[in-house]
Write a protein of this length. Structure first.
Length: 402
């Protein structure tokens, strides 16, 4: 076969070598319950991975939730697949044998670029794979003295922040919550909607924001094709976008909605990688893309999705999965790329947590009101508070070594 560029990862002596991988399960209380069309959370159950290399450590956060409701992945399953399959494979390969993709986004991070190919023998489990890749990337960039922003090609020192507002018990409580976020400076409001909680809350929040306030909605797959007329009637409220109203496999109904309404349709759950993004765009099922690195198997694929969307002139924005500072830091670096033209769900730590696992992310003031600063120290640029990892542990850590 000719024309197939295949390189081998970590051919240089400068690439770190993986020595050990640790899994840490934690439970972090949320400052307020977060309700979506698929469930209600009061605690974030998270899986953190620490990769120990001969050149230093790196941390990654798995975004799988407690239950397999947003996606098929869930945190117990992620921990199991990391422990049984993924971590042993990385420890065996140690970045020296797996063929890495030879593309622009793999350049400069040979060890991180070897992770996805090494783990490709396991079907799916993108969130689990993404956590490992993020930890390896953090370790590798720290060893090079480079920040994620620098390595990704960030073009901004600050990013615009939006906030995702859960389904509230009453309209009054919703308006109180949104008012609080506006006072804090958030530049865009995203409302969670579901059948029975859509037109009325959207109308009320539009009135609160005034005609110029940035507003969008997220249905997390709660609707069906029968709801197209109702969803099209949201055009009256000048929304930035309608996010994922239908099932993740159902591009056809999203394309029908896109034809029936003026509001841009944005896919989240459906977009698994650059290929599915391009396919959905070409089918007319999405004209804006929510990029969540965990859903795509890691930051390197997220960068490829960004690049593919940019080449097609499709705007992207950075989603969120209630990340602690570990994942938030990397998301903020990603959101500083030029294709991220809409504010992300990159909220301040205080939106979810009284204490964050790292230095807290706080919204800026003055000209940076409603923005977060992109970390510029090596790797994620933040430091994990190991005292809190221990304090919040919900299970004994698991350590795997070669
Ligand atoms: O700000 O981190 C955040 C959360 C943003 O609404 C948000 N996330 O569907 O996009 C989503 C939703 C979500 C949260 C999905 C938790 C899955 C779990």
């Amino acid at each position: 076969m000719t024309g197939q560029a295949q390189t081998h990862a970590a051919p240089t002596s400068s690439a770190p070598r993986i020595e050990a991988i640790e899994l840490h399960r934690i439970e972090v209380p949320l400052v307020r319950a977060f309700e979506t069309s698929f469930g209600r959370e009061t605690v974030r159950e998270a899986l953190l991975v620490r990769v120990r290399t001969d050149a230093g450590d790196g941390w990654g956060e798995c975004v799988a939730g407690r239950d397999p409701f947003y996606s098929a992945e869930y945190v117990d399953g992620a921990a199991s697949v990391v422990e049984r399959y993924l971590a042993p494979a990385l420890l065996d390969a140690r970045g020296t044998t797996a063929p890495a993709r030879d593309d622009f986004r793999s350049a400069g991070v040979p060890l991180a670029a070897s992770v996805a190919p090494t783990l490709a023998f396991v079907a799916g489990h993108r969130m689990a794979k993404g956590a490992l890749e993020a930890a390896v990337l953090d370790a590798e960039l720290r060893s090079q003295g480079r920040s994620m922003g620098e390595s990704f090609g960030a073009e901004r020192g600050w990013v615009d922040c939006g906030v995702s507002v859960g389904i509230a018990p009453t309209l009054e409580e919703l308006l109180d919550e949104v008012t609080g976020y506006l006072e804090e400076g958030y530049r865009r409001i995203k409302l969670k909607i579901k059948p029975g909680w859509d037109l009325v809350p959207v109308a009320a929040v539009r009135e609160l924001l005034g005609p110029d306030g940035l507003l969008q909605v997220d249905a997390n797959t709660a609707y069906t094709a029968d709801d197209i007329p109702l969803l099209a009637s949201l055009d009256a409220f000048g929304l930035l976008l309608i996010e994922q109203p239908f099932a993740e496999e159902d591009l056809a109904t999203h394309a029908l909605l896109a034809q029936a309404c003026e509001t841009p349709v944005c896919l989240d759950e459906s977009i698994l990688d650059a290929a599915t993004a391009v396919d959905a765009i070409e089918r007319g099922a999405t004209s804006v893309v929510n990029i969540k690195p965990g859903r795509m198997g890691g930051y390197l694929e997220a960068l490829r999705v960004h690049d593919a969307c940019r080449a097609l002139d499709v705007p992207v924005w950075c989603g969120g999965m209630l990340e602690t500072g570990v994942g938030r830091a990397a998301n903020v670096a990603l959101a500083a790329l030029p294709g991220f033209v809409l504010p992300g769900d990159t909220s301040a730590s205080s939106r979810y947590y009284a204490d964050d696992l790292t230095e807290p992310f706080a919204l800026g003031t003055g000209e940076h009101r409603g923005q977060l600063r992109v970390p510029d120290a090596p790797g994620t640029g933040v430091t994990v508070r190991e005292d809190l990892v221990r304090e919040w542990a919900s299970a004994a850590p698991v350590a795997l070594a070669r």
